[in-house]
Design a protein around this ligand. Structure first.
Ligand SMILES: [Zn+2]
Length: 171
């Protein structure tokens, strides 16, 4: 039974094998169209092929499971401009990114606004949002944003955290 101000430990604490972690919940999304206008000349171009990518999104804190978006999208070829392009999915994630905009925005906010060290931000993302982001990745995002406020203390480890997380982070 739960009481106010009494909380159970994170169930993943102490897990050393990533295989033992809760499996992601897959969500299907589609940006798959028979025709799309060429971004250069606006000519309507038929689909050339269908591709897929997986995006890590903010997870389900109640169910305790990560959430992966399985995105199906179309690639098109413009015969006039002689180049390939894909259906627009910039609303979900940056090109070639493995994480959604939501994850990147939250991670950067934890460091820039809340002043968390990178490793603490990484642990927070896992514990409260069930998305695993290596701290070096968060560091890249923050430095790419170029708007870091205070200087996070990168040497300070979070007080608690599953050993698998710390192990991955240790370089
Ligand atoms: Zn074109």
């Amino acid at each position: 039974m739960l009481y106010p101000a009494v909380y159970p430990p994170d169930p993943t604490l102490g897990i050393t094998d990533p295989q033992m972690l809760p499996s992601p919940k897959f969500v299907l999304r589609s940006r798959n169209y028979p025709h799309r206008p060429c971004p250069k000349c606006r000519k309507s171009c038929p689909r050339d092929r269908v591709r897929t990518r997986t995006l890590h999104d903010l997870g389900d804190p109640l169910g305790g499971r990560p959430r992966d978006i399985h995105l199906t999208y179309s690639q098109h070829y413009c015969v006039r401009c002689r180049h390939y392009f894909t259906a627009d999915m910039s609303g979900l994630a940056a090109p070639k990114a493995r994480y959604t905009h939501r994850v990147v925005a939250l991670a950067v906010r934890l460091v820039v606004e809340d002043g968390l060290p990178y490793q603490a931000a990484s642990w927070h993302l896992w514990r409260d949002h069930r998305v695993f982001v290596p701290f070096a990745t968060i560091q890249n995002w923050v430095e790419a944003g170029g708007e870091k406020g205070g200087r996070p203390d990168r040497d300070r480890l979070p007080r608690s955290g599953p050993r698998w997380l710390l192990g991955i982070h240790r370089r």
